[in-house]
Design a protein around this ligand. Sequence first.
Ligand SMILES: [Zn+2]
Length: 188
Amino acid sequence: MAILEKNGTKKPKWRINVCIIMAEPTTISEQQIWDALQEVMDPEIPTISMVDMGIITAVKTNTSGTEAFVEMTPTFSGCPAIKTMEQMVHDKLLEIGFKSVKVVTTFNKPWNSNLITERGLQHLKKHGLAPPPKHSGQITQDLLENVTCPFCGSKNVDLKSPFGPTLCRSLHYCNNCLQAFEQFKPVV
Ligand SMILES: [Zn+2]
């Protein structure tokens, strides 16, 4: 492969081919939207993507693959970051080549913590947050007491406060590694 010199005199032949490929109409698949949105992080927990958080609920493209449609359901309706999240999704999809992007926020089907993907649960732990246990549509005492320390994996933990810095988190203390931590509470 020829290297273009600073003064631009040595133009490599392959450059022409690249230009032709770029001129073709691009078709972007729905899978590529999901992949791109894996890089858009939840504004409140930057170790987890909006996809893994279960916030992105549907993606579509038109037949020519130039327009994208995304539906999202934030974790709770009072979420102050909704506009920011819509903008981040919008900008990301323009960046991968869409001509037009429509992002719609809906609460028709409320978010619940079972929507967090397996990878998402791992990423919550990386952030030092105990992930919410899977539930069967009901919050029970057992569920609330089923807390595992994100640092050492011990279940020997005490509840310090049912409300952490935000309503969706509770505060705990691990009797094994002697560290305080927050749990992302289960939401049904
Ligand atoms: Zn621990």
